[in-house]
Design a protein around this ligand. Sequence first.
Ligand SMILES: [Zn+2]
Length: 858
Amino acid sequence: MRLPTALLGVAVSAALLVVPQSAQADPADPQPPAVRDFGNGPERNEVAAGLPEQAGTLRAPQAEKRPDPAWPSHGHGYPRQTRLPEPAENPADASIKLGLVPYHAIAPKLNELQRRSDRVSVEVFGRSHQGRDMYLVTVTAPESAAEAREQARMRERIENDPASAARDRALAKRYKAPVFVNANIHGNEWEGTDGVLRTVEELATSTDPAVADLLSKTRLYFNVTANPDGRVLGQRPNGAGFDLNRDFITASQPETRAMRQLMTDTQPVAMVDLHGYVNGTLIEPTTPPHGANYEYDLFIKNTYANGLGMEAAVNGLGYTLEKDGVRPVQIPFRDDPEGWDDWPPIFTPQYAPFHGAVASHTVEIPLRVNNADYTNLPVEELRRRSAINTDVAAAAIRATYTFVHSRHQQLVADQIEVFRRGTAGEPAKEVPLGIVPGFGPEDVYTTTYPRAYVIPAGSGQRSEMAAGRLVDHLIANDVRVERAERSFRVGRTTYPEGSYVVDMRQPKRGLANVMLEPGQDISPRVDAMYDISGWSHALLWGATVEPVDSLRVKADPVKAAAPTGSVPRTFGPLALKVGDAKEVMALNDLLAQGVEVTWGDGGTAVVPASARAAARTAADRYGVAFTPARRSGGTPLTQVRIAAAASADELYTLREMGFSVTPVSTQVLNDGFDWSATDVLFVSSGLNHAQLSPQARTALDAFLTTGGVVTRGGTGTSFNAAAGLLTVTGVAGRSDANGVVRTVVSDGSVGAGSPEHSFVYSPRWFTGLGPEVQVEQAYAAEGPLVSGHWRADQNGMGGPEQARGQAAVVSGRDERGAAVVMFGTEPMFRNHPKGLFPQVARALYWSSSVTGAAVTTP
Ligand SMILES: [Zn+2]
């Protein structure tokens, strides 16, 4: 069966809709404390070195609690029963209308199942953005502590000594194959959770000898709801407005980090991610393009086989179009040419294979119950649909564990082979055509692994901080990083002592490479992509990363990046150069504490000698290095207060950098917004100038005589024109285009210090520039797209050719004096391009300071 074109269109536009998220902050959004007590740290930031990745974010009011080390076990067998705290009943839980299990009823149910069965273990393994517990259920036959230790040792060997594990015939037999079922990552795709709860209950109470045999040979791990906030609220994203199933490459959210740790620790051979709604039920494997960093030959044969098994199980439920409105299963790999790809590793089933999953699937259950249907359909119809969806989810889970049970030793052997190829540093394998029926040349995607990546030391403070951020991220992803004990040479290049080395001979080299390679321009090979096509931690996170083709170095493994923060021992005023997001955070933190910071030359903040203790705390907390200031003085700086009509990821990123952010929208301004506490208006989403009331326009115009404006994207460009700010003509590239672009930066207030690469989604550029407009950043004249997908439209317009050499970021002052910066790029996209954040910060500081709102003359 072919996927109808209309449905394909839905898939693509749904992907696009993800970008502009609600401009409204959730009222439950916790605010950071204004002043944090971190004590007086040591002179160097040993403290920062011990902090987990992304320490220093101002948005961590809820500690992320991980369980005690459950895997590998330390003296614990199975079951590991814990009594879960039971949340208060919430009659407003969106699940109730559908007749499904509301979030508050999950813990009581799991507590009861633990009492009834020694096959069930439950623990809290993470917390959502809004602080709700995430539950991991492990279903397996009871194990003694010694048996659990043996399982842990085998898991370790599979990852860390795969060649010997492959030779040990007893291992694949004795090892309990781990299976991971992830449910409800999109909060308003509910029934995966209910399918999981039903499955757990069936397995816990079954007297079938086949179930006993299954549980003696497998461990089934269930993440009951991956998005508790979204489940309760009836929304796709989590409480912070993030689509968690786009976050695996970045891991900006606590839920994603918890799932990442879970997959690292459990190392599943197979996984299923339960979504909705596509009728007939959509079961991966996917269409091309296929991710180039997988061991795809091992992946596709198992994933296709389990896909067929799930299809048989779901179709076998007996629901029909005529009787129930349920269409037969569709498998994109088999049934569609393109449009449902596994190119970006931002989705759970596209991330899990890097940790050894050799069968990994998105499953889209059939009958829509969310959005308009949730609101408009009669309750009985919604409940009829949800009951069928629950059956389908349970059938997909049952088919998967049955598949793993039947292919147990082969799946374990294939997982070992994934890690063995990585550890041996073998070249990427080209998948043989016809490995499964229909696998053709259009399915072949490969990459070339370098011998190693080097992240050089001694490239300047900003680069050291960015290196630390990247190294901590790699380590959090279970990628091995080493640090050179002394300087070493590769070809004609000498790398200094302390440089970081990512040796590509390691079990998870696919994950290392997918983050550190520049990526590929896949525009010529496909017309439609489901979501993003470009990303690169090497090009977008601010660090210098160099692939090398040989490696002779004495290096030690590192558990965390080296500390980078320091305060000079000499007394006197201190300088902080604001070039990295961590420096922005440190500066905003000092401003929020009321420290009298001044703004000196060249993007440098000066902290008075009297604030030395606060500077030392900031150095510890953020890893920033203060230097002796040559002179005090400069323009006093105050905290920049932003009114932002922006998407959720932008609000999050602005707050993460420590700016004071008030969300606004057309409605908020029409309701009579008080501009007196705003220095800069940020516009990228949810503000339409034409729909402002006369009073709102008058108030806005008054603000524009004293305040600054920063815009992004189409909404920002329209706002600029309607408000009569800068003289520019905005040109839109193809709306689904996205990726990493090569740019040229100016030495202006915003451009100076920016990386040579940027990120675009629905790229824009600016022509017809008035005399008041400066170009801060331009698309490179040489084919600007480095990696991703960017084609011209049917008329040959809107492609990268047309953008060559055009202005991507501009600044200027309009005739009223308002300082305006316009972005045609996406510098805060999903909190990913961390090296671009300071560019936004510079735009905000500049815009507020030259307009005079945030800076007062001494
Ligand atoms: Zn979904």
